[in-house]
Design a protein around this ligand. Structure first.
Ligand code: PBE
Length: 304
């Protein structure tokens, strides 16, 4: 899925990962590999899933997972921030220690490290997720030009990833501008036959993750080129839906469906317009380094 090379943490980390991968399947369980057995994963992680911001859809899903999987009895879902989760993941990998995190794609974590999703036989995290565009009722009639562009906004994971990658080294605004400049044909399709406007204000709600910073900043530039005055408002997922449903914000490209934000979606379903997918092939779940010798959430052992 990731067809670019993400900057590595360092050659040493890359090398040790390669060695671990090469050693896979040999001498299992008789040396440092002990850390990989299911029972000691629980002990080594203190029966903790390293999560992200409490308002995230994936945080809600993970609370559900801890309740629904009997083998997660006694496990704690520790919520903090995406940055803290990524630091903990990087540190664990540097030390080849076990760690279980809440992860999602598109995200550079999969390009930076060798990671795998744990199988989710109960389907708590859904299967394949899409990112959707929603608008407030009345937007189509009041701002048909913006509505048409937002309705046509569709891109691939690789597009979103390229903005996210550039944004590691520059502001999201700049990274989005770069993508817009390199994808004139796509933008031309989105804007074909759409009239320009004169400084009409439009507000897009987004969630505070890089995936949505990428899409919102691209939408902002395209709408600005059309003559709009665009405001981006980052809020928690629940507030995104609330803001669109109440008409406080005009549209959002942030909802992950059907699993991640399904509860919020259902709650406000009658009060917004669904413009369909803007990106397919997203995913959320529990993620571990590939050197860990488990494949499924059900392989984790209950706390004693
Ligand atoms: N995420 C990224 C968000 C949506 C985008 C998966 C961390 C969430 O869980 O709400």
């Amino acid at each position: 899925m990731f067809n670019f090379k993400w900057k590595r943490l360092g050659a040493a980390a890359g090398l040790s990962l390669a060695l671990v991968a090469a050693g896979c399947g040999q001498d299992e369980g008789d040396d440092s590999g002990d850390g990989e057995s299911a029972a000691s994963i629980g002990e080594a992680t203190e029966y903790t899933i390293t999560g992200i911001e409490p308002g995230a859809g994936i945080a809600q899903a993970t609370d559900n997972a801890v309740t629904e999987y009997e083998n997660l009895e006694g496990w704690e879902h520790e919520k903090s921030s995406t940055a803290a989760m990524l630091t903990a993941l990087g540190d664990a990998i540097d030390n080849e220690e076990p760690i279980v995190v809440t992860g999602w794609s598109p995200h550079y974590m999969f390009a930076q490290w060798d990671l795998k999703y744990l199988e989710d036989p109960k389907g708590v995290y859904g299967g394949e997720e899409s990112i959707k565009t929603i608008a407030r009722k009345g937007l189509e009639e009041e701002m048909p030009e913006a509505y048409t562009i937002l309705d046509r906004f569709q891109w691939e994971s690789s597009d979103m990833e390229s903005v996210m990658l550039s944004a590691q080294e520059m502001e999201f605004e700049e990274a989005a501008q770069q993508w817009v400049d390199e994808n004139e044909d796509t933008i031309a399709e989105w804007t074909e036959g759409v009239a320009s406007v004169e400084g009409e204000s439009i507000e897009l709600a987004l969630t505070p993750w890089d995936t949505e910073r990428a899409s919102a900043n691209v939408a902002k530039i395209v709408l600005e080129e059309q003559g709009y005055d665009v405001k981006l408002t980052p809020v928690d997922p629940s507030v995104v839906f609330e803001a669109i449903a109440s008409g406080d914000a005009d549209a959002s490209l942030a909802p992950w469906m059907p699993a991640t934000h399904g509860d919020f979606y259902k709650k406000y379903e009658e009060d917004f317009v669904d413009l369909g997918e803007n990106l397919k092939g997203a995913k959320i779940g529990l993620v571990v380094p590939t050197y860990m010798d488990i494949e499924s959430i059900e392989d984790l052992e209950p706390a004693e």
